[in-house]
Design a protein around this ligand. Structure first.
Ligand SMILES: NC(=O)c1ccc[n+]([C@@H]2O[C@H](COP(=O)([O-])OP(=O)(O)OC[C@H]3O[C@@H](n4cnc5c(N)ncnc54)[C@H](O)[C@@H]3O)[C@@H](O)[C@H]2O)c1
Ligand SMILES: O=P(O)(O)OC[C@H](O)CO
Length: 321
């Protein structure tokens, strides 16, 4: 085991709380920052009153300073503001999955801009927060600009319950993390609209093909998409009923008022809703065809019905694999 570190987690939603539990259990000194005020007597967070944190987690609404490592677990759209307010000179790790509006920046690019001079890494993989919080076994990719840096970070943050695999492919890891949420919405729609398991598998495979095309254009490595942050997270999010992206798609496929649900962040962020139109624009900038992402964007915007989406995707010109 590596020596305990002072770890700051920024963002006290499902993922921030789970990461705090994980690192506290592994023996680190953890400070969890919540933007809402915290009740110090119960150590419970007002937005998630059912969550009682391990005693080793120090909860604060003052931005922690002097941490060895700072992990950001807010939604992607909030990252720039909270990272700009973060203090210290230690490593910063993006744990959110998505793209920033207007800039189309991935989380690590946002951290590079807001935390100059600090090492930047990304943590991404098939990880439902609820399972991590319980200490169930899991694995993820830890990416940094150099493999040696990624390996060093992985070795000091991994634990017997949470294995970390090092990667130097920041682009591939982040593209996969952003895109799988969009494909998971498509998978949920297919199941919600009773289009069948064959349709879901086809959407996952063709979604992966779209991810490969954009990944190549952005300079990411193909092998990343076969790994934990690629296939691993795609499988989990498209098939795990606790995925919020999948559940949102399910509701949309069942004709429920899913758009209102997605915008209500008290049920947790559905990152794929924000990501879909941004990913489509990013793809168009690189002249990459992403018909599935385009279709999901239209469905989310209410510009297409599920029946029309099914007809459009099934009548596209036949292609090779
Ligand atoms: N939940 C998971 O299983 C999981 C796993 C891996 C990665 N992620 C990613 O982590 C990120 C966060 O997800 P989550 O599940 O914790 O979401 P969540 O909706 O449960 O929590 C989001 C947290 O961010 C805070 N927040 C929102 N806007 C903010 C702002 N402008 N400034 C400061 N804080 C703000 C909210 O108060 C809340 O505490 C997402 O990008 C998600 O894709 C989630
Ligand atoms: O609940 P979701 O759909 O945001 O997915 C959570 C994680 O990203 C799964 O790895």
């Amino acid at each position: 085991m590596s020596p305990p570190r002072h770890i700051a987690i920024i963002g006290a939603g499902a993922w921030g709380i789970a990461l705090a539990q994980n690192f506290a259990r592994a023996g680190h000194d953890v400070t969890l920052w919540s933007r809402s005020s915290v009740d110090p007597t119960t150590r419970r967070l007002p937005r998630l009153p059912q969550v009682a944190l391990l005693p080793a987690v120090n909860v604060t609404n003052m931005m922690p300073k002097g941490a060895d490592d700072t992990l950001f677990a807010t939604p992607t759209h909030a990252l720039r503001d909270v990272a700009a307010a973060s203090m210290g000179d230690g490593l910063v790790i993006a744990c959110c999955k998505g793209l920033e509006r207007d800039s189309y920046a991935f989380p690590a690019d946002i951290l590079r801009a807001t935390c100059p001079g600090r090492d930047v890494a990304v943590l991404s993989g098939p990880n439902f927060a609820g399972e991590i919080a319980k200490g169930l076994p899991a694995a993820a990719t830890l990416a940094a600009s150099h493999l040696s840096l990624a390996e060093e970070i992985a070795s000091r943050l991994a634990s017997p319950r949470f294995r970390l695999y090092a990667s130097d492919d920041l682009t591939g890891v982040q593209l996969a993390g952003a895109a799988k949420n969009v494909i998971a919405i498509a998978a949920g729609i297919a199941i919600g609209a009773q289009l069948g398991e064959n349709a879901r598998a086809a959407l996952m495979s063709r979604g992966l093909a779209e991810m490969h095309r954009l990944n190549r254009a952005l300079g990411g490595q193909a092998k990343t998409l076969s790994g934990l942050s690629g296939m691993g997270d795609l499988i989990l999010t498209c098939t795990g009923p606790s995925s919020r992206n999948f559940r949102f798609g399910l509701a949309l496929g069942q004709n429920a008022d899913a758009r209102a649900l997605a915008l209500d962040e008290t049920h947790g962020i559905v990152e794929g809703c924000r990501t879909a139109p941004l990913l489509l624009k990013l793809a168009r900038r690189h002249a990459i065809d992403m018909p599935l992402v385009e279709t999901v964007s239209k469905l989310i915007a209410g510009d297409m019905s599920v029946a029309a989406a099914k007809a459009a995707l099934m009548s596209r010109p036949l292609a090779t694999e």
